[in-house]
Design a protein around this ligand. Structure first.
Ligand code: NAP
Length: 234
């Protein structure tokens, strides 16, 4: 697709991967809107990047419906939805509490479903569209402490396959992108230590791949893409 003037909505665009993708796609000429829950972070990111900021929680259905109304009013018909917003809780099964588990699934699974449902209505009507789900290599295999986060990303990968099967006949390209470890705020917010060094993936690397899969001619698409650091050193 041609990114020039394409209308792109990115959830969780105030930091990390979403922010880098918003910057790169806007630089390529796309009309970009980002969402996030924290109003100050949202305002700062939107004005720094020169994109539309919409304060919204993907897990809140009223916020989701308002997000799509605002995108239509401010930017026009949606061409690309990037479901990037995600949170992590890493706890052993015997330590898992219901509230943490539900919180992770509300954003990483239910929120993605709500956003994608509204986008899919638009895409089916327009008989074209692009849906990118940012999962993780956590969607590919389990690990200790992965019940909530890895479980949510497995669910996302499963939903992605269903949506691809439903929407392909409407010329909708449904992508799954699986980053491995990327240096962002994510680890700190999820409460686990992360060592930053130049051998590890940066948000820009994932943004680069998002841009690349979108830019391929609409006659084809990359169903699933995993991104690894070549030789990450801790
Ligand atoms: N970093 C990694 O190593 C890594 C690896 C694989 C996959 N991923 C995935 O990549 C995606 C982006 O993560 P990141 O590393 O860039 O993390 P990040 O820097 O923490 O960014 C997360 C973004 O999502 C927003 N967000 C969180 N919950 C939200 C909600 N319910 N509604 C709307 N916005 C919400 C955050 O803003 P607010 O908190 O203000 O809402 C923020 O803008 C996630 O899906 C994550 O699972 C990350």
């Amino acid at each position: 697709m041609d990114l020039k003037n394409a209308v792109v909505l990115i959830t969780g665009g105030t930091s990390g991967i979403g922010r880098a993708a918003a910057q790169m796609l806007a630089q390529a000429g796309a009309k970009v809107a980002i969402t996030g829950r924290d109003p100050q972070r949202l305002q700062e990111a939107a004005s720094a990047l020169g994109v539309v900021g919409i304060q919204a929680d993907v897990a809140n259905e009223a916020d989701v419906l308002r997000t799509f109304r605002e995108v239509k009013e401010k930017l026009g018909d949606l061409d690309v939805l990037i479901n990037n917003a995600g949170i992590g809780v890493l706890k052993e099964l015997t330590e898992m509490d219901r509230a943490s588990f539900d919180e992770v699934f509300a954003t990483n699974v239910t929120g993605v479903m709500l956003m994608s449902r509204e986008a899919a209505k638009i895409f089916k009507e327009r008989k074209r569209g692009n849906l990118i789900n940012i999962a993780s290599t956590a969607s590919l295999r389990g690990a200790p402490k992965g019940t909530a986060y890895y479980g949510s990303k497995f669910a996302l990968r499963g939903m992605t396959e269903c949506w691809r099967a439903e929407l392909r006949k409407y010329n909708v390209r449904v992508f799954l992108v699986n980053p491995s470890e990327v240096i962002t705020d994510f680890a700190r917010r999820a409460g686990f230590p992360q060592i930053d060094n130049p051998s590890k993936l940066q948000s820009e690397d994932i943004a680069h791949m998002i841009k690349a899969v979108l830019e391929m001619n609409d006659r084809g698409f990359t169903p699933e893409l995993s991104v690894f650091a070549t030789n990450p050193v801790d």
